[in-house]
Design a protein around this ligand. Sequence first.
Ligand SMILES: C[S@@+](CC[C@H](N)C(=O)[O-])C[C@H]1O[C@@H](n2cnc3c(N)ncnc32)[C@H](O)[C@@H]1O
Length: 498
Amino acid sequence: MFLSVHGDPGQASQVLSRALAKAVDPGMRGKVAAALAERLSGLAPNGWHPVLDADLTVLLGEAAVDPQKLARVVARTLLLKTPDFDGSVEALEAIGRDPLWRGFLSRCLNLDAAMEARLNAVRAALVATDGTEGEGRAALLEALAVNGFAAEYLDAGPEGLTGRLAWLFRTPGLDEEVSGELARRAVEQPKREGELAAGLECLTPSDDAVSVAVRDQYEASPYPRWVAPPAPEARSLISCVKALPGLDREAFAGRPERVLVAGCGTGFEPIDLARTDPTLSITAMDLSRASLAYGARVAGELGLDRVRFVQGDILALDQIEDRFDVVTSTGVIHHMARPDEGLARLAGVLRPGGVVRLGLYSERGRKRVKLAHALIRERGWRATPEDIRAFRAHVLSLPDGAPLAALRESDDFYSLSGCRDLVFHVQEHCYTPPQLDDLLAVAGLRLIGFDAPPEAQSAFRSAFGRADPLDMDLWDRLETQNPTLFAGMYHLWAQRPA
Ligand SMILES: C[S@@+](CC[C@H](N)C(=O)[O-])C[C@H]1O[C@@H](n2cnc3c(N)ncnc32)[C@H](O)[C@@H]1O
């Protein structure tokens, strides 16, 4: 672990790899696995290596590891291992018998354009060879079907295909004979979520026209569609809050107890918070019942009983009596007609001295997305599966270096609901750093923290030395020089005065 932070990264991975092979105690094994996964997740291998292949295979099955974080390195490893694919029965059998291929397909959402092309070729070959026989092909069919379900069928598939092969291009029905992981993910879980959605508590009504349009989008396309529950963060909420450079400590005395996750989507954040600190009492609110039900189902499976999933509209929060120590709202209020009104409502449910964490779009970071909006308008594409596929096909056909080709780097590009959220949204606002200051001031909040990614922080230090890290004019200058600094979103903290 020490080497991992301070020493030679390659050597650290080797040490961790050997330690993982020997680790028996579950606690220690989890720590080693998480540290190794962290190291490998950023790797861009340029050759196939059996030790890396074996490590990735093991890590994909470890409970302490979020397999999605390994999606890119696993895809690269598999393409390097199998550089050519001739579509033969033998090639399909070999892929289906390979545990890394199966682990990748059933546990990760693909995030790699070259791998997407390969998956399309593999699906086409399975159909052409009627690949339902043979142990390898049967396993491959099921793993690919799980993968297709997770990505919401990016590939429309041939007309009239029936039977098990049709699973590759559409969710199996309740009346079909489905088993294993596919049955769990594509049949049982959605059924359970349907039951949970119907029984969810309604915290506030919602009659705002934009809220209704946004709700309809997320009822149809819950977002994000994460697969494995988050591995608990090493840092608890209290330690994050106490480390904020501008925090008025006197005003925020004690531990945070009551937390509101406003616009929680499919529940990743409240579940992450609850797993990291089980003493928190968390209200997870969203407009979309389908999204909430996804989170409620996973929370139930994990035995997290202190997360209360409720349907509600941020704009109607002035109707509730509850007050919270911490409110978080990531990627939400910029989807409102008036984000300032949304923020005023969030500030209104903070207790005096309470803090809010926001994720908001960066104007410069969304430049490519704006280009996509213009193209979508020009082509008349709508947020239907067919049009989202048409948009994706266009972006995938662009040469590297074309402005819109950069969208292929976004995780959201690789599922229908993600792509819808990325470029087909019914409503969005974007900001520059000084505008963030203004937005907070109008709501009577004070900026106390700015969670810039590590590379942005080091760029800030190189440019401005020990200047105030909350100076939004300096961040503005830095972002002007490097428009991709915030990968589309700012994360900031603000405090309500006592
Ligand atoms: C892009 S998703 C982000 C979900 C989650 N916060 C995350 O970071 O993964 C935006 C979510 O905000 C919700 N939302 C948008 N406007 C809202 C409002 N007025 N009240 C409550 N939720 C809202 C949407 O339903 C959607 O689930």
